[in-house]
Design a protein. Sequence first.
Length: 222
Amino acid sequence: MENMVLNPLQLNQLDKIHNFMKTLLDHDQSGHDSSHIDRVVAMARKILKQEKGADEFVVLAAATLHDTYDEKLFANPASAKRRTADFLLSIQVDPKPILYIIDNMSWSANTFGQAKPLDLNGQIVQDADRLDAIGAVAVIRAFKYGFKHNRVDYDPNILPRDLQNKAEYRNDKQTTLNHFYEKLFKLQASLNTPAAKQIGQKRDHFMHEFVDEYIAEYESKA
């Protein structure tokens, strides 16, 4: 089944959704700003071209809004979620399929057993978001997040953890390089669609090379 073609009303709604997102995320300094969102949306469009049967509007709306109530970014995620839902209702968009994707796409929700299964729409959004956490841009984002949270870049005496719960995952007393071992290196294996897997393979290889080179230079072995 072919993907549906967006109509003028949907295009207008997507413009409003994008503007709403920008008011919330434009000034983020942790790697979750509107440029991250724009890359995720662009990647979702790319995957959509190869994955037939998806609802393009739901995919693009969820990709645009997926960080608008992220608990890493908002002190009161429940209130932020209501704001997002109310906004969607105000522009005559059903929030349920969009919020379902957002609620169940995150790495932490999937890793620690809180997520419900995603359909193709959700898998595309999840892949697009995860691909922005794999590769060269992902390296910069990881260090931006670490700087924002006063993390040490690397300490050979602090070893990567086998994370058991979300509380451990959210613990900022870690190094940025450990984040690669604890999460980023695991994302490639979690991708859903063939298109994303192909893109992710190259990006994952780059990240491994970067971390290996970083450690070698740090230890004066390179």
